[in-house]
Write a protein that binds this ligand. Structure first.
Ligand code: RB5
Length: 155
């Protein structure tokens, strides 16, 4: 599995931790920035990762900003992206089992590094359960298709 990762300045320290964890787990990772502590705008980095996942170029993504809220808002604008803000383990697990989340969002100012690493481990190793949840995801895809058809949202 290849993972696209991105963050803003509020997520840079946590991103470093997550990058070394992904390396330990032998998961291929593409880092879309930001690379330093200078203040940047989270939509610029959220867009890069979400675009790659939405286009099917990369299977999964991880985004980090201060709370995780801004990155979640950006990511869920992209067709086919199911971004889940998980600052604890239960939602990390459920977001994979029930929602087949393809982008994990973390709040760099909310969650400590040890918990964040556990969240990432859980998220990357939990499969989608399918069955009734597949039907619900199909309904989301249908909504996206309808919005695109009527020009409400661009693909
Ligand atoms: C940056 O200060 C902060 O607003 C951003 O990281 C994020 O928390 C936005 O939702």
């Amino acid at each position: 599995m290849t993972i696209a990762i991105g963050c803003d300045h509020a997520g840079i320290e946590l991103k470093k931790e997550i990058l070394s964890l992904l390396q330990e787990l032998h998961l291929e990772c593409i880092d879309y920035g930001t690379d330093g502590p200078q203040s940047v705008d989270y939509p610029d980095f959220g867009e890069k990762v979400s675009e790659a996942v939405s286009a099917g170029k990369i299977e999964k993504g991880i985004l980090i900003c201060g709370t995780g809220i801004g990155m979640s808002i950006v990511a869920n604008k992209f067709p086919g992206v199911r971004a889940s803000l998980c600052n604890e383990l239960f939602t990390a697990k459920m977001s994979r089992l029930h929602n087949d989340a393809n982008i994990l969002v973390l709040g760099g100012r909310i969650v400590g590094k040890d918990l964040a690493k556990e969240i990432v481990k859980t998220w990357v190793s939990t499969p989608f359960e399918g069955e009734r949840h597949r039907r619900r995801l199909d309904k989301i895809s249908h909504i996206e298709g309808r919005l695109q058809k009527h020009g409400i949202c661009k693909s």
